[in-house]
Design a protein around this ligand. Structure first.
Ligand code: FAD
Length: 509
């Protein structure tokens, strides 16, 4: 079992094997390869290479991997986010609460909140969009170090803007979008190819980055001081007087427990389960779990206008019709939105019936920023446990009046601007998805400049009042963002890893 192979001591314990936990393992390996790192992951391993993106697998193996990740839940999953009139989690994820939508308001309580529990976390399933935050999305007090860390994050994730070949279709689409959106924007915030974490293959689709990309040599099991224990839940951190000394781990199946001693602990267990573990460990700063921030998501699909390309000749090579993935960056004050224009097949949201063989279809989707409010929060039970033996979670969440105005404006604009691009695919007019659909939850262990009770960690991601406990992941982001958050969280983890490595070299016990 995982338990038997577990060490009793590690220099660094990393909880969670998603892209952010992996960033610590990789950065510490590069900076201080003599450190022993134990990474624990509640869910199973899905692929030979640790945490590989299952979107690279052929359809049958992909379904098997997705099924292995969520079979235990008994939940149905669906590429459309719906199954038989009910909400359904995206493949590879499971809903926090499996429930029909009650009443008309699917924006309250975050009914679509979903999680992954497998080696690689959501990073084994993600779409790989890695936009850079701009304007008020950015963390003001990190301006001196963020850009450099973001560059490193892009290297770790393998980000490129050349994922797709330039085609007549993509050039024409980009021209149309530039005419609509570029006026008044600085060069780096104009319409451009989406930075994507992937490697071009010369074929229609690139090879998508997963957590194995971030882990690099560690993914191939070549480093004896790195151990990844799958199906192992970290139940509780042990600590005294602001120092963490280790953790209680539990075998996911047998429930057998194991004590591990650690000099440093990093909790990178996603925006809901990172605060959950702190709570379970009686580490409960006032802001823990509060300021929960999601990105309202509006989706639609467009059949593009006739392009010079015309229909494809070869059935197995639709290259001329590829439009790639384009990005219209968040830009204030007029555009508090992040927009992705993605060719069908690159998005996690399926468009039933789209015949891309003859006319390119793109998703025309938008995330908006949201008012950050302390009362939007995840709450933990003192009596009930979830399936992993952790405090059961309840989400309190809603939209403000201003959020509703922003969303209404986004929808209006999408309809007006679409006319220049194409025709709404039948049944795919813009619609606001149920809250939680973005899978971009943030803020629950937020970073702050000072310890004033509104944040959980400092600029180095160290929990206030603790010498050797770090938190990581989208939960650390304190700002209202519209752009996909993973690259930002990896950048913050790069900064935190550097801090941790500095502590080691200063001889911290
Ligand atoms: P996760 O990847 O969620 O990993 C956390 C891991 O911690 C999980 O595997 C969990 O099982 C484990 N864990 C939790 N609690 C414990 C515990 N107590 N003990 C042991 N292990 C524990 N983001 C983008 O930026 N761009 C995109 O294009 C994009 N597309 C997406 C598409 C899909 C279909 C999905 C599912 C997600 C997408 N995301 C995207 C979101 C992205 O995947 C996440 O932001 C990212 O994976 C977060 O990384 P993380 O390491 O913080 O957490």
């Amino acid at each position: 079992t995982a338990r038997r192979s577990l060490p009793s001591r590690a220099d660094v314990l990393v909880v969670g094997s998603g892209p952010v936990g992996a960033t610590f393992a990789r950065e510490l390996y590069d900076a201080a390869p003599w450190l022993s790192v134990l990474m624990v992951e509640a869910g199973p391993r899905l692929t030979d290479s640790l945490g590989a993106n299952v979107r690279n697998l052929d359809a049958g193996n992909r379904r098997r991997a997705q099924d292995l990740a969520t079979r235990w839940t008994g939940q149905e999953t669906s590429d459309t986010g719906r199954a038989g009139g009910r909400l359904a989690a995206r493949p590879g994820t499971f809903l926090l609460r499996e429930a029909g939508i009650t009443g008309d308001d699917d924006q309250t309580g975050m009914p679509a909140a979903a999680l992954s529990a497998n080696v690689g976390g959501m990073g084994a399933h993600w779409t790989c969009a890695c936009p850079k935050p701009g304007g008020s999305e950015r963390i003001g007090f990190l301006e001196d170090s963020f850009d450099d860390a973001f560059d490193r994050a892009c290297t770790l994730l393998g980000v490129t803007t050349e994922a797709f070949p330039d085609t007549d279709t993509s050039r024409e689409l980009r021209r149309t979008l530039s005419n609509l959106f570029d006026a008044g924007r600085p060069a780096d915030r104009r319409v451009q190819p989406m930075p994507l974490a992937c490697t071009p293959t010369g074929h229609a689709l690139p090879h998508w980055s997963g957590v194995d990309t971030v882990l690099g040599p560690l993914a191939r099991g070549q480093h004896e001081r790195f151990t990844l224990a799958a199906e192992t839940v970290c139940r509780r951190l042990l600590h005294e007087s602001g120092r963490v000394s280790g953790a209680i781990l539990a075998d996911r199946h047998s429930n057998e427990t194991h004590l591990v001693r650690a000099r440093f602990v990093v909790v990178a267990a996603d925006a809901l389960r990172t605060p959950q573990l702190l709570w379970a460990s009686d580490i409960r700063p006032r802001a823990l779990g509060t300021h929960l921030n999601d990105q309202p998501q509006i989706v639609s699909a467009l059949a593009l206008r006739d392009t010079a390309a015309g229909p494809s000749t070869a059935a197995d090579d639709r290259r001329e019709l590829l439009s790639g993935v384009l990005w219209i960056p968040f830009h204030e004050p007029d555009f508090p939105f992040h927009t992705q224009v993605m060719q069908v097949g690159t998005t996690p949201i399926e468009i039933p019936g789209a015949d891309v063989q003859h006319r390119p279809v793109v998703t025309w989707g938008r995330f908006t920023t949201k008012d950050i409010r302390a009362e939007d929060r995840v709450e933990f039970s003192d009596t009930e446990l979830d399936e992993f033996g952790m405090p059961a979670m309840t989400i309190h969440y809603g939209l403000s009046r201003r959020d509703r105005d922003t969303i209404a404006r986004a929808e209006r604009d999408m309809i007006a601007q679409a006319a220049a691009i194409g025709d709404f695919f039948p049944g795919s007019e813009p619609r606001l998805l149920p809250a939680g659909s973005s899978l971009h939850y943030q803020g629950t262990v937020r970073m702050g400049e000072v310890d004033d009770g509104t944040s959980v960690c400092d600029r180095d991601s160290r929990v206030w009042g603790f010498e050797n406990l770090y938190v990581a992941g989208n939960g650390v982001i304190p700002t209202p963002t519209a752009c996909n958050p993973t690259a930002t969280s990896v950048a913050l983890a790069v900064l935190a890893s550097r801090h941790l490595a500095g502590q080691v070299s200063m001889g911290a016990r």
